[in-house]
Design a protein around this ligand. Structure first.
Ligand code: P6P
Length: 345
């Protein structure tokens, strides 16, 4: 029987044969993958462990933190501090960046993460996930400040997520396509189960929170109305809808079988460009989706080209099957050219 490829072997080949990564980045990804295994163990305890419910605190977004949000954040911080591959970290759960303590060697990379995305699903046993993004420290000869994290998504050295669902699956790109690794619990090893993942250019499946319909801008309303009109409408085909309310789960479905995901600006909070965060949700997911042949915009511009101004800034997100993303983006540009886009709040 042919030997399955492990995450370690995949990374060694990316370093040795493709020159895509160096030893520090290989170690970084291995450490993050090991931390995701530890998070998976906590997530899988459910009601058997003292890990459900709220932590009694709020994060920088003003959202109530779940116990597992805090646990996952601590696991990632502790796992990544000592290895010498990182200079600093940033997390949805922390107001400011976290510098690697002086007692450890400083590395050349910056790690950003949403330690447990979709945490509203934790207590009801629906898939959740960890999202991470890797940037290079801009100036290797000086310390690190928040401004060093404010790089466009196109500068990412690597990105990925781990989905804690019926399977525990790590999905990764280092810029050479998208690979998926399923956790073999008997060995405790990540095993390559898909490589060079491709998103179909077309789809019949959209993902959006329909309860916000009355708040959407016209281009989004037009796109969804046309999908809902089905065969008799302008699209000439019926569409299906999915909404897990866990970005990792929705993106994993799209990477696995196609689809389009939308979390657009809406009138509920008109000063915010969207709900999702650019640096540690939209950028890593956009990198993965583009590496799989899909597209990702904020409705008008390519997400990976956006110039960040704040660590926790939000963004509208339209991503997935290329032709659908182009259609939604085209509807937006018909109403307001990209140049008129308001700066991110
Ligand atoms: P809503 C989870 O809280 C999250 O950040 C994403 O994972 C998800 O796509 C979205 O928010 C769900 O938002 O408004 O539908 O609950």
């Amino acid at each position: 029987m042919s030997q399955r490829v492990s995450l370690t072997q995949y990374l060694v080949e990316q370093q040795r044969e493709h020159g895509r990564i160096n030893a520090q980045l290989r170690l970084l990804i291995e450490v993050v993958a090991r931390a995701c295994k530890r998070i998976a163990i906590q997530v899988n305890k459910g009601a058997l462990g003292d890990i459900l419910g709220t932590a009694g605190s709020e994060n920088v977004q003003g959202e109530v933190q779940k116990k597992l949000d805090v646990i996952a954040n601590e696991v990632l911080i502790e796992a990544n501090e000592w290895g010498g591959h990182l200079a600093a970290m940033a997390s949805e759960e922390m107001d400011t960046i976290h510098l690697v303590p002086n007692r450890y060697p400083q590395g050349e990379y910056l790690l950003l993460f949403d330690p447990l995305d979709g945490s509203s699903n934790i207590d009801v046993n629906v898939s959740i996930g960890t999202i991470f993004s890797v940037l290079r420290k801009p100036d290797q000869h000086h310390g690190v400040a928040e401004k060093d994290f404010l790089q466009p998504g196109s500068a990412q050295a690597a990105a990925g997520y781990c989905v804690y669902g019926p399977q525990t699956t790590l999905v990764l790109t280092v810029g050479d396509g998208v690979a998926m690794f399923t956790l073999d619990r008997e060995q405790g090893a990540w095993v390559l189960t898909a490589d060079q993942v491709r998103i179909p250019e077309e789809t019949k499946e959209f993902a959006i929170n329909m309860s916000n319909m009355r708040h959407w801008a016209p281009p989004v309303r037009r796109y969804i109305d046309e999908c809902l009109a089905g065969k008799e409408g302008p699209r000439g085909k019926d569409f299906n809808m999915r909404w897990v309310a866990s970005m990792v789960a929705d993106v994993h479905r799209i990477l696995s079988r196609g689809g389009v995901f939308l979390y657009p600006w809406d009138r509920r909070e008109p000063d915010k460009p969207g709900k999702l965060r650019l640096m540690y949700e939209a950028n890593p997911m956009a990198f993965l989706v583009e590496q799989a042949g899909g597209a990702a915009t904020n409705g008008r511009e390519r997400i990976l080209a956006l110039a960040p101004t704040k660590l926790h800034e939000r963004v509208s997100v339209v991503l997935g099957s290329r032709k659908e993303v182009e259609r939604v983006t085209g509807y937006h540009l018909e109403t307001e050219p990209a140049a008129a886009v308001k700066p991110a709040a």
